[in-house]
Design a protein around this ligand. Sequence first.
Ligand code: AHG
Ligand code: MN
Ligand code: MN
Length: 335
Amino acid sequence: MIITLNEFIIERQVDFPYAKGELTRLLNHIGIAAKIVNREVNKAGLVDILGIADTNNVHGEQQKKLDVFADEKFINSLKSSAECCGIASEEEQNIVKFKSEMAKNGKYVVAIDPLDGSSNIDVNVSIGTIFAIYRRISQVGHIAEDKDFLQEGTKQVAAGYIIYGSSTMMVYTTGRGVNGFTLDPSIGEFCLSHKNIKIPVSGNIYSINEGNYIKFPKAVKKYIKYCQENDPQTNRPYTSRYIGSLVADFHRNLLKGGIFIYPKTASAKNGKLRLLYECNPMAFIVEQSGGMATDGNGTRIMDLKPKSLHQRSPFFVGSRNMVMKAEEFVENKLG
Ligand code: AHG
Ligand code: MN
Ligand code: MN
């Protein structure tokens, strides 16, 4: 029997005895925006060809870069959801406050990376969308405030991602496990395909941009060498896999077992990835699937107190034993 995303979300509402269906509707709106973005992603190559002759599309609008397009679609969809009073987006310097009376009564805010892995768009490699949902702490009935977004990851009520890959999937959690839905293009519905995802406690994949090796901290360099050593008992050497889209790298490791690392480097003391809409949602998902996420310095990602919207954090995420091992190298300068 096919269970669609909408049916599943409604079914799960009973897990939240006091819920009035707001979160349900919000998640549904995210699913709708994802389908619209998916439609554009699928014809990205064609749009470029058409764009060569004339940069205006048939509607007389300028062709937008896909990440701006995705940003607009998610903002519009959330604006009309009536459950969300504002969003923080990678594409917007400040928070976007929804001003309608309806939106001001929304209880939730959303932090979003509308298009993750932008450098892969033009070369037909998997990209994604990442989102985190929080209950606002400012007063309902008023416009959203920065403090609504600067909450620890432990305060997330839901988080998820969409991967536009060989198929399109939405994976999300509301704190009761992780479930994955594959878009069936013939009926235009996300259908439950990966129930209660559990990340293997250990895997044999390590994912890190080794081009930056020379700039990595000593402990990370040593951990990489550890991954490459021969030890059949611990399945080493591990396999190196790095796509350059966090969503795609994370998704593969979630299903197969592995570790993804974006450490601090000599030139970027907080690494590259953004805490609010990249690290925190992935941390919530990985923990809900049995894995682990830290800042590579002994602190759980979801315990970090954000100070600014686009704050970055080093990120170690994946199979529990592998993240613990990598952390040991940092603690003890092992190797
Ligand atoms: P975005 O496209 O949203 O800016 O994110 C890109 C991020 C992330 O997806 C990926 O893991 C990382 O950048 C790759 O960075 P490097 O090219 O430095 O490895
Ligand atoms: Mn990103
Ligand atoms: Mn992005």
